[in-house]
Design a protein around this ligand. Sequence first.
Ligand code: ZN
Length: 232
Amino acid sequence: MFWTNTSLLTILFVQGFTMADSKLHSKFSSLFLLPLGIFLYIFSNQPLFSDESKLNAKQNKILKETFAYLETLEPKRIKIDKTTYNRHSQFESFFKFSFSGKKLSRWIQSRSKKYTFGSTGDYVAMYQDGEILLGRGFFNLNRLDRVLVLLHEARHADGKNYSHVVCPDDFPYLNTRDWKIHPAGKKGCDSVPDGGYGITASFLFELGAYGFLSQSDAAYRYNSEISRVIRD
Ligand SMILES: [Zn+2]
């Protein structure tokens, strides 16, 4: 299913290779199909080396489970003292609604209607032209990290105001997922408080405040996201 691609060229190439591999088909059919694929490519608007594809059934299931998990996060009672909550809670000022996993799920889905699978380099996901491109790494994350990724990427749908800025050369913080990825000098920081990193931090704070995460889990994750919010 991985190869079920919207690109006709890719489908034809795959057919060509499948046939070349199969003893039941002659070399002639693959030799015929490859030039036909190239010919058809000229009349399609897919980028030549794009490896984007629709999500397969397993990936779709993981994505659905991610939203289903988010929608279970409905607040009941604040588990921390009200003064601390009021001091740090920014969720409502960012989202214009009080904390609710269901509303947040709708917020994400109203910004990104299309999800594709493809290579994303050092990233687990990317936002481009109204769609979220999910890399292989996304599907290996736990459900909370997947929610953070979707929330972050959905913010990019709100335009250039939320584009990243270059992290300072002396940026001292570690990437929590992979220490080989160094944010210093890369476009992985925000100069606005409510960009992709600020909103994920505000979400994590609520998870800690309402007891969905322990204070230490919430704090370490919150600190990690907020570390990317810098002042110019
Ligand atoms: Zn981003």
